[in-house]
Design a binder for this molecule. Structure first.
Ligand code: HEC
Length: 166
């Protein structure tokens, strides 16, 4: 009877060793598949602050809370070198830039600018932006009610300066 239990325990131990070995192997292999962390060069004249007026208090909010995902000036943290975290971050940056890229503001049509300005205020008001996963780590990026008001006053003001649509 005792011998039988012994065999079971040895089997379980062996199974666990193989399991952890496999997990480690998979983890090691995925480290080799690195996402590309890019900050594409863009013409400085296309940047938001060179296109429309961005008061310094607005700029500091955008710098602090948005530009890691919505510009070509992303600061990639050290843990972006650990997969699958890096894949996750690269994906957010890619999607974020695709939706709104302050470094390429100058390429946007008047209609798109208006829409994006409206969305900026809307997204921060409803608490969709900055992304919650980002705020867990970047506590300094959390927006106060005052920050939101500053952003919305700015977007309202910039929208009113745009030529009205025919
Ligand atoms: C961690 C990355 C990240 C941060 C930080 C971030 N965003 Fe986003 N943003 C995204 C992603 C990804 C999307 C697209 C998917 C979605 O809407 O959830 C997006 C979408 C948006 C959109 C939607 C555009 C549209 O037309 O629907 C707006 C506007 C926006 N973000 C504004 C902001 C503002 C303003 C900030 C700072 C206060 C900010 N975001 C911070 C990643 C980010």
């Amino acid at each position: 009877m005792l011998g039988f239990q012994f065999i079971i325990i040895e089997r379980v131990k062996l199974g666990l060793r193989i399991l952890f070995g496999l997990i480690f192997l998979i983890f090691a292999i995925i480290q080799l598949i690195r996402p590309s962390f890019t900050n594409p060069q863009t013409d400085a004249s296309l940047k938001l602050e060179n296109q429309i007026s961005v008061p310094s208090e607005v700029n500091s909010i955008l710098e602090r809370s948005c530009k890691d995902c919505h510009s070509n000036e992303t600061v990639y943290p050290w843990y972006s070198n650990i997969q699958p975290v890096g894949w996750y971050l690269a994906n957010h940056v890619e999607e974020g830039r695709h939706e709104l890229n302050f470094s390429e503001w100058g390429t946007y049509s008047q209609k798109k600018r208006k829409h994006k300005l409206e969305e900026i205020c809307e997204q921060v008001k409803i608490g969709e932006m900055p992304l919650r996963s980002y705020l867990l780590i970047h506590r300094e990026a959390v927006l106060s009610e005052e920050d939101k008001r500053i952003l919305c006053d700015w977007t309202d003001n910039e929208i009113s300066k745009l030529p009205s649509e025919e």
